[in-house]
Design a protein around this ligand. Structure first.
Ligand SMILES: *[C@@H]1O[C@H](CO)[C@@H](O)[C@H](O)[C@H]1NC(C)=O
Ligand SMILES: *[C@@H]1O[C@H](CO)[C@@H](O)[C@H](O)[C@H]1NC(C)=O
Ligand SMILES: *[C@@H]1O[C@H](CO)[C@@H](O)[C@H](O)[C@H]1NC(C)=O
Ligand SMILES: *[C@@H]1O[C@H](CO)[C@@H](O)[C@H](O)[C@H]1NC(C)=O
Ligand SMILES: *[C@@H]1O[C@H](CO)[C@@H](O)[C@H](O)[C@H]1NC(C)=O
Ligand SMILES: *[C@@H]1O[C@H](CO)[C@@H](O)[C@H](O)[C@H]1NC(C)=O
Ligand SMILES: *[C@@H]1O[C@H](CO)[C@@H](O)[C@H](O)[C@H]1NC(C)=O
Ligand SMILES: *[C@@H]1O[C@H](CO)[C@@H](O)[C@H](O)[C@H]1NC(C)=O
Ligand SMILES: *[C@@H]1O[C@H](CO)[C@@H](O)[C@H](O)[C@H]1NC(C)=O
Ligand SMILES: *[C@@H]1O[C@H](CO)[C@@H](O)[C@H](O)[C@H]1NC(C)=O
Length: 464
């Protein structure tokens, strides 16, 4: 009886938190790593068209902050990683940063979140890590000094801040940062009533283990596949909830069960390289539409460990960004093409009827490849000057990568920059792919299944 009374009390408490005023808002990440993206004023209009209620910037671009003035869009801005260390020991610098990058735009631009750094624990260990929380304190102090108390200070971390996330109840922060960094961070977030910002992508665990994780479970489609956590008996119906709860259990273990989660980034790629799977328009549209439906449901669904809680969020990203390094998926997270047209339809308000959406192209790359050879060659239109640099780089990596294109060797002829660079890219990639090398070279390279081998010159390939 007592238990029931407690349950009711907490239910009522959640209910009061979920008034219209507090309803979930889905935002968009406005990344700018493209050389072909629309101007801030056009971008602001496109964000409005999506009905996004929030936008996350990875900097404090003044032109963008101005374009967002007098809109109803809440804005999140960011202190760059390379300023963390200096700010952590210098209150004057922190004050100057806030007075330059925040004060002139507030309140006309609805700045609500100030993120210090971006996924810094995903970088190689360095002293910046341990300067993070001191820098956040300095920034918070500066905001208070300028009367900007509405702005929450946080820092987005990736799922690699956990050393275990399965089962969700086993969620544990990494031992190299648990006590020295995460604990002070949680204490700061608690004192300032801020959020733990987590970047969470079910796409990554699924694509690395597509045989053991059901695709529909990762896409949040209705499916019979469920997972029951043996320690808690909580039942999961999708991978996102499972990942979010692993963060919750990790926070619980450090004594902060009430810290609110904010999805700093989530999404699904609408395209990918030949050697990757699952990046396509069908999956991306399905994931993001299911996500919006889940997040905008009233009353809020929360997660199995914290039912009924609001999950504020940012979807990654506004545009496909052609200058993002790494595998092809990285350049295909956009809801929009750089020319502003939709890759697929979405409605961030959650009100659109799915039956009104145009039919989506059927996916063809949801299964791992078998028996296919992939080559890495020079992309169309590659800049000659940059290509010469990339050739030099590729030949300097690995072991004997460019032996075959030396004078007199089998692949020397035709003696052209494009031919030699294509050979070098394929050789580099096939030798070093297992250690994380990609077929990208800043956009100069592309994957192909067409074998460029000619005469006695055999191109190295990646084989599936
Ligand atoms: C330390 O990491 C930060 C980002 O987390 C980076 O900006 C900085 O260059 C790194 N410093 C060194 C010395 O590698
Ligand atoms: C940090 O401070 C040092 C010493 O004042 C300065 O040399 C350096 O340029 C500063 N770093 C940045 C990123 O502003
Ligand atoms: C602190 O930052 C201010 C403003 O950028 C700068 O003038 C000052 O030299 C810095 N102090 C130290 C000790 O680096
Ligand atoms: C829980 O996490 C630990 C590492 O923190 C790992 O060794 C262990 O296998 C995990 N338990 C299960 C049941 O997966
Ligand atoms: C769930 O299982 C039932 C019975 O096996 C089957 O009829 C139904 O189609 C399944 N639903 C999904 C979404 O897989
Ligand atoms: C989970 O369910 C099993 C079987 O019903 C039960 O024995 C166990 O006590 C439950 N565990 C928890 C944490 O509720
Ligand atoms: C802060 O921590 C205290 C003590 O654990 C807890 O009662 C409170 O709910 C927490 N507040 C927030 C906003 O997390
Ligand atoms: C916009 O770009 C996409 C992808 O490149 C293309 O398919 C589409 O036709 C373009 N739309 C317009 C209006 O230019
Ligand atoms: C090629 O790249 C170089 C170095 O980045 C640059 O200076 C040059 O303008 C580029 N050429 C063309 C035609 O884009
Ligand atoms: C490079 O290749 C040669 C010949 O196959 C081999 O003897 C040598 O050990 C290799 N070196 C490294 C660093 O792998």
């Amino acid at each position: 009886m007592q238990i029931i009374a407690m349950f009711l009390a907490s239910f009522l408490c959640f209910a009061s938190l979920t008034s219209a005023h507090n309803s979930a808002k889905v935002g968009i990440c406005y990344g700018q790593l493209g050389n072909n993206l629309p101007k801030p004023s056009k971008s602001t209009q496109l964000i409005k068209n999506l009905k996004a209620k929030r936008v996350k910037l990875y900097d404090t671009n003044p032109e963008i902050l101005k374009a967002l003035q007098k809109t109803n869009i809440q804005v999140s801005i960011m202190v760059p990683n390379n300023l963390i260390t200096n700010i952590s020991t210098n209150q004057t610098l922190s004050n100057t940063w806030v007075s330059t990058n925040v004060v002139p735009f507030y309140p006309q631009t609805m700045i609500r979140y100030l993120l210090v750094g971006n996924e810094i624990l995903s970088n190689p260990p360095n002293t910046t890590w341990f300067n993070l929380v001191p820098a956040m304190r300095k920034i918070k102090y500066s905001l208070k000094k300028f009367g900007l108390k509405k702005i929450k200070v946080g820092t987005p971390l990736a799922m690699d801040c956990l050393e275990s996330s399965f089962p969700p109840s086993n969620g544990t922060f990494r031992s190299d940062v648990k006590n020295t960094l995460i604990k002070p961070l949680l204490s700061f977030l608690n004192k300032t009533k801020s959020f733990f910002f987590i970047d969470v992508y079910p796409f990554f665990p699924w694509s690395s283990e597509p045989k053991s994780i059901d695709l529909n479970y990762a896409l949040m489609n209705p499916t019979n596949v469920t997972y029951k956590d043996p320690s808690t008996n909580l039942t999961y119906t999708n991978l996102l909830d499972q990942m979010l709860d692993s963060v919750y259990f990790a926070m619980l273990k450090l004594g902060y069960p009430n810290t609110r989660l904010f999805i700093g980034e989530t999404g699904w790629p609408n395209g990918c390289d030949i050697d990757q799977i699952g990046g396509n328009i069908y999956n991306a549209a399905t994931y993001n539409r299911n996500l919006i439906k889940k997040l905008t449901t009233k009353p809020p669904l929360g997660t199995p460990a914290r039912p009924g809680t609001i999950l504020p969020s940012f979807i990654f990203a506004l545009y496909n960004e052609n200058q993002k390094a790494g595998p092809g998926t990285e350049r295909h997270f956009g809801l929009l093409y750089p020319n502003g047209t939709s890759v697929y339809e979405t409605d961030f308000s959650g009100k659109a009827k799915e039956s009104e959406y145009k039919p989506l192209p059927k996916p063809t790359n949801n299964e791992p490849l078998k028996g296919v050879k992939i080559f890495c060659v020079v992309a169309e239109g590659a800049n000659r000057t940059e290509l010469a640099g990339a050739l030099g780089y590729a030949c300097g990596q690995g072991n004997g990568t460019c032996n075959a294109i030396q004078p007199g060797k089998k692949c020397y002829k035709p003696n052209s920059l494009v031919w030699h660079a294509s050979y070098a890219f394929s050789s580099y990639w096939s030798q070093l792919r297992s250690t994380g090398a990609s077929c990208y070279f800043n956009g100069l390279a592309t994957q192909t299944t067409k074998d460029p081998s000619y005469g006695s010159c055999k191109f190295p390939s990646v084989n599936f």
